[in-house]
Design a protein around this ligand. Structure first.
Ligand SMILES: [Zn+2]
Length: 479
């Protein structure tokens, strides 16, 4: 079987699959649409989890766990919610060799089970707010699947909160949107636009859905995280009532918010290149790798000693570093492997380097152009600075891609041309009618990604119908 990567500009979609395979991130499972996340891919997910879990806890939340299966009757209590999710649910009808009296739904999301539990936990306003997150898997039966981006089963976190007032719930929704923006920009080096979704793209059962949207290298959008204001919809459906400060019974205000293993798909498509994966140093399982180049046993011993010395020094500074001492692989094969796996910094050290007390250092995103001879003296201490520069460079590059491919458009013809052609993020005024939104989707397959919360004056005329418009959404074709 032929190995290697196709180039991005030849076949972006195949390139994406090639990167995943060659970097050993994940592979297809026996059940269509499911994925096996391999150890290297899972290590990236764990790094994302650690960063986000800290932020979730810093903002006052705690973790808990709710069950995988939801009784049908419970799910059906919120009409809009069940209508939205039913078509993509997996349903269990048999258990223990018998037909079940009531079918059980494998959670597509956990509002039903969590809200009905919160109802039992709240009796007075003193029990609020409830601020809980869970790390879990969910199942949504997808027809067209792609590793990480859209899989039938995926891993995520889902936060679910209940509040005494509307104001507190809205603040929570925006607080978590900001947490997601920081996760995306500061850890994944992936710039995002934040804002609210249009009605047709809103979570089933929510009042409003806020999202972070990123641009991939092929100029398509990726919804990378969502935060929903649920109003009192779920409180009414699941009886989340409490005795208010005035003594009367009141319904709680609730929110939910989540990001998933989809983020890894975003990470790949945002930064990687024709040589393979490129990882932001903050999330890389190995931030640096040292490859000793030896022919004789004596060389091997001396080079490994030097490499292990540098690694020990670096580890003491918190650097995740690996010495590649595998004997069965040639140095060239090792370079190739770490390049495909996106390790941020690769160092080579041979007998002559050892004599002149230096290593060859290559930053993954710069490739051969960034190759330098770095003195061993003080090398470990330099690494954190190199990682910080690379992290920033990846963010800047992604931001430049978005800036260069964002266009203000005021005619439907112009919009059609761009969204059926080279693609871009299109800023165009919209009257708010679902009809105009649907027409754009029909003719370009683009959707409103987000109505940005920039607070600018966006008065104009609708790009489709010419009626007065006060909103200026970002339109794009999306994953
Ligand atoms: Zn219109």
């Amino acid at each position: 079987m032929a190995r290697g990567l196709v180039k991005r500009n030849e076949d972006y979609s195949r390139w994406y699959s090639d990167v995943i395979r060659e970097a050993e991130l994940a592979e297809h499972a026996p059940v269509k649409g499911c994925m096996i996340i391999r150890p290297y891919g899972f290590a990236i997910w764990e790094a994302i989890q650690r960063a986000l879990d800290d932020m979730i806890k810093e903002t006052g939340h705690v973790n808990a766990y709710f069950p995988l299966m939801i009784p049908e009757s419970l799910l059906k209590k919120e009409a809009e919610h069940v209508e939205g999710f039913s078509p993509e649910c997996a349903v269990i009808t048999h258990g223990g060799g018998r037909k079940l009296e009531e079918p059980l739904y494998v959670r597509p999301t956990s509002e039903a089970i969590i809200c009905s539990t919160y109802a039992k936990w709240m009796s007075s306003w003193r029990d609020l707010p409830i601020l809980i997150n869970q790390w879990a898997n969910v199942v949504r039966w997808e027809m067209r699947t792609r590793l990480f981006l859209r899989t039938t089963e995926f891993l995520w976190q889902e936060g679910h909160t209940a509040h005494e007032t509307e104001k507190e719930a809205v603040e929570e929704v925006l607080r978590m949107l900001e947490v997601y923006r920081r996760l995306s920009e500061e850890w994944l080096a992936m710039p995002v636009i934040t804002g609210v979704k249009s009605r047709s793209e809103t979570f089933a059962g929510a009042i409003n859905t806020y999202a972070i949207e990123a641009m991939m290298q092929d100029r398509r959008a990726l919804q990378a995280g969502t935060s929903h204001f649920l109003g009192q919809n779920f409180a009414r459906a699941y009886d989340m009532q409490f005795q208010g400060r005035g003594g009367a019974l009141e319904y709680a205000w609730s929110t939910s918010w989540g990001v998933s293993t989809r983020l890894i798909g975003g990470l790949i498509m945002c930064h990687s290149d024709d040589q393979g994966l490129v990882l932001p140093p903050k999330l890389a399982p190995h931030q640096a790798v040292i490859v000793p180049i030896y022919r004789t046993d004596d060389d091997r011993a001396a080079l490994l000693e030097a490499a292990n010395g540098i690694a020990a020094e670096a580890r003491a500074l918190g650097v995740r570093i690996k010495v590649d001492d595998r004997d069965h692989l040639k140095p060239g094969a090792k370079f190739f492997e770490w390049e495909k796996k996106g390790v941020p910094v690769r160092m080579e050290i041979g007998p002559r380097d050892l004599e002149s007390k230096q290593v060859v250092l290559v930053r993954r995103d710069l490739g051969k152009a960034g190759k330098e001879f770095a003195p061993m003296e003080g090398l470990a201490a330099r690494l954190p600075g190199i990682f910080a520069e690379m992290q920033q460079a990846l963010f800047d590059q992604a931001l430049a891609n978005r800036r260069d491919h964002t266009i203000d458009i005021d005619s439907f013809d112009g919009m059609r041309e761009v969204l059926n052609g080279d693609l871009a993020f299109v800023n165009a005024c919209w009257c708010g009618s679902e009809k105009c939104e649907a027409l754009v989707k029909k003719e370009t397959t683009a959707t409103i990604r987000v109505i940005p919360d920039s607070g600018e004056n966006n008065e104009g005329v609708c790009v489709v119908c010419g009626e007065a418009a006060t909103r200026k959404p970002v339109w794009a074709r999306a994953y």
